[in-house]
Design a protein around this ligand. Sequence first.
Ligand code: PMP
Length: 407
Amino acid sequence: VQGFDVERIRADFPILKLQVNSKPLVYLDNAASSQMPQQVIDRLVRYQTTQHANINRAVHSLSEIATNAYEQARRKLQHFIHAREEREVIFTSGTTDAINLVMHGYGRKFIGPGDEIILTTMEHHSNIVPWQMLAEEKGATIRVVPINDAGELVIEDYERLFNKRTKFVSVMHVSNALGTINPIKQMIAFAHARGVPVLVDGAQAVPHMPVDVQDLDCDFYAFSGHKLCGPTGIGILYGKAALLERMQPFKGGGDMILSVTFEKTTYNTIPHKFEAGTPPIAAAIGLATAVDYLSTIGMEAIEQHELSLLHHATTQLSRMPGVRIIGTAKSKAAVLSFTVDGVHPHDIGTLLNQDGIAVRTGHHCAQPVMQRYKLPATSRASFAFYNTLSEVDTLVAGIRSVQKVFA
Ligand code: PMP
């Protein structure tokens, strides 16, 4: 990609200089967690050394500085996903927490016996289990959109699932196990034409492509900071203001109230209604620096570079006898799941690790996907914008030597 200087970018990431098992670290587990540039680390240090105090509750200067930095972080996240208003951005502890917030705040209020919730076969467990808990509590039913052999949603089946009992759709933007990019804009429009709101799990999309929640017109959009070069313990729930206002709070406590007596409590306005207790202040501020950093590089450039890595890896792996790529959708982000004949994924991961290569092996918190392909597990290389073509070559050479060991 023209003008994209990957070596200069890598210099910002101290962890990429590590050696693992006496080999240069090749970090290809970005779908699980990506790494932090020095700029984010520095921001966290500056906050902790000169700005830390609890927010919202004091007139003293430090508290005001921390409160301003926290609310500025909210505005930066708002602009990053192009939300209409800053009060539509709620800080959560991550994608899981954000989805659970919607399940409790929206689902428990508006979904009842006999109602139907549409999910897909490829969902992460965090977008399955909360809805199952709700369905069990309310006597609601979960309907599941199937996937084809390439790992794409069967859209005709999605459309056929709708009926007058359909009350909610929750679908991932990009699959963490297959890399598939789902046609969510089209799916959202279809649901809206039937009056059904849609939550999008964007954990694997926001780090890899420009995301515009107004353009998508989603009702909710969830993602995590730690996959976005930010800290752990922070995530975002975007929600349309009108919906958030109608929802009940998920957690009760300090800061989410306007007044409390033992007779009656009135809740604060959004977003505070959903941010009970002391939030992860430092993590929110660190995440804002991370999105500044990504915006400076440009999400379009990031997307293009990652696609060139995916293309290079896919071309090489498809040529290797005994290697099978799981997830061959036409529209894919930089996730590459694969199996190697005669080798258990766990052994692949262990042997690659001896070469300093970090990949993930297992079910990737998407057991229904593994069941669909009748596999116990896959190995998964997932790329970030700081990965290089030569790291892809190292991965390919690593897989070749695994095959030799098991030949
Ligand atoms: N959804 C998807 C698609 C994911 O990839 C992940 C993380 N693997 C999650 C949800 C859960 O994110 P977190 O653990 O940060 O809550």
